[in-house]
Design a protein around this ligand. Structure first.
Ligand SMILES: Nc1ncnc2c1ncn2[C@@H]1O[C@H](COP(=O)(O)OP(=O)(O)OP(=O)(O)O)[C@@H](O)[C@H]1O
Ligand SMILES: [Mg+2]
Length: 134
């Protein structure tokens, strides 16, 4: 699978969520995603970046073009060295929140993309990887 890194964004505050939204929209357009797919990617990326700001304070967001058997995808990796998630299955459940939120960010993001992966270790951090294929 061929991979091209398009952007690497450092996250350290609320305003970086807007930077991520703009970058995802731009790369999604460049890769030829339709408007509905662009918006799905932007929405998922927005939620996952918001989680970095809220729970880990800082982290990174990497945007990659991936090519697999003639198919183009946009893969986005959200990485932080925050507190981590003790029970990933529970965190993915709609309505589960530790911050008085809606508890829809992770589950909602998962439904907006084709591939969704979370790795997390308590005290080490969290990495969420999403891909949407054209
Ligand atoms: N990057 C992260 N680091 C640590 N914990 C996280 C991270 N992302 C999510 N979590 C945990 O998973 C829970 C569920 O996250 P999710 O985004 O689904 O809901 P939420 O952030 O609580 O509410 P919202 O609907 O506003 O996003 C969070 O409340 C938090 O405990
Ligand atoms: Mg959230």
């Amino acid at each position: 699978m061929a991979t091209v890194t398009k952007q690497l964004i450092t996250i350290s505050n609320d305003q970086d969520i807007l930077l991520v939204r703009t970058a995802v929209r731009q790369v999604a357009i460049e890769l030829g995603f339709n408007l509905v797919d662009q918006t799905k990617l932007v929405t998922a990326a927005s939620e996952l970046t918001r989680n970095i700001v809220l729970y880990a304070v800082e982290g990174t967001v990497k945007l990659e073009q991936v090519e697999n058997q003639g198919h183009t995808g946009l893969r986005i990796t959200f990485e932080d060295r925050g507190p981590g998630i003790a029970d990933i299955e529970l965190a993915l459940k709609d309505g589960y929140t530790t911050s008085g939120g809606l508890g829809l960010g992770l589950g909602g993001s998962k439904r907006l993309v084709n591939d969704f992966d979370i790795e997390s270790k308590v005290g080490k951090g969290t990495r969420v990887t999403i891909t949407r294929w054209k």
